[in-house]
Design a binder for this molecule. Structure first.
Ligand SMILES: [Mg+2]
Length: 255
């Protein structure tokens, strides 16, 4: 197996399952760091702040710099700054998205925005949806953090941001631009941050349709781990296979 400078790891289903760490993955990250490689954590979850995510990882024994955590909120804020510089933003979302927008000094507004942004908001109301819909119909650009239509909780699967994006798309007649995996924006920001060559990066994850496709689309090596959502037999019949197929990160050979 190849050696890499930047190991980009998905979180849920790859590093942990809900509140349980995946021991092989924790050990793998510790080994990579001991060898001087960089580890990055990439999640579509836009609700948690980086500090909250860093704390959760630390509880599982995974230590990381805060700037090695990439989520779809940070990617969306950077995307907005890059492509819609100076735009005012109407936001539907939680603390993670709000903090990411503040970090990029993006102006928030509730009236006549240039851009409407939607991330998961567990306090969403009809009036928020109606205001956002009207703004998009009046010409505001429509951006979203991630298209995951559902996500797992202790009680089972619940609506994710993608479900709300669908609702808004139907109501407004506009398709959102989305930055979360399988779009490659988060990988691109990591590549820029570390000035890596694509051959020096690998994307590791449990979800073929988000993690592995993001890596394939970006043109870097990929490693699928059978510790989360996509079953192994589904991966093996895909037309575009991951570079590596592993039952867990414990199977990654020691150097
Ligand atoms: Mg996952």
């Amino acid at each position: 197996m190849g050696e890499y400078k930047a190991y980009c790891l998905d979180l849920d289903g790859t590093m942990y399952r809900g509140k349980e760490p995946i021991v092989e993955a924790v050990n793998f990250v510790t080994d990579c760091q001991a060898e001087g490689a960089e580890t990055y954590f990439i999640t579509n979850n836009a609700a948690l702040t980086r500090a909250a995510q860093q704390k959760k990882l630390a509880e599982f024994g995974v230590l990381t710099d805060i700037d090695h955590i990439m989520n779809s909120a940070i990617a969306l804020a950077r995307y907005c700054k890059q492509y819609y510089a100076g735009a005012s933003v109407m936001m539907i979302g939680e603390e993670g998205l709000e903090e990411a927008l503040e970090a990029e000094q993006i102006t928030l507004t509730t009236k006549n925005p240039d851009v409407v942004m939607m991330g998961l908001d567990r306090q969403i109301t009809y009036s928020k949806l109606a205001e956002a819909c009207l703004a998009i119909r009046n010409g505001a650009r429509f951006l979203g953090t991630n298209q995951d239509v559902k996500f797992p909780t202790e009680k089972g699967l619940v609506p994710g941001n993608g479900s709300f994006l669908h609702l808004m798309e139907v109501a407004s007649g506009e398709k959102p631009i989305v930055v979360g995996k399988p779009e490659p924006h988060m990988l691109q920001f990591i590549q820029q941050q570390g000035a890596y060559e694509k051959e020096e990066m690998v994307m590791i994850g449990d979800n073929y349709d988000t993690d592995i496709l993001a890596g394939i689309r970006y043109g870097i090596d990929t490693a699928y781990v059978a510790t989360g959502v996509t079953p192994l037999d589904e991966v093996l019949i895909k037309e575009l296979l991951p570079t590596y197929v592993l039952s867990s990160l414990g199977d990654w050979p020691k150097k």
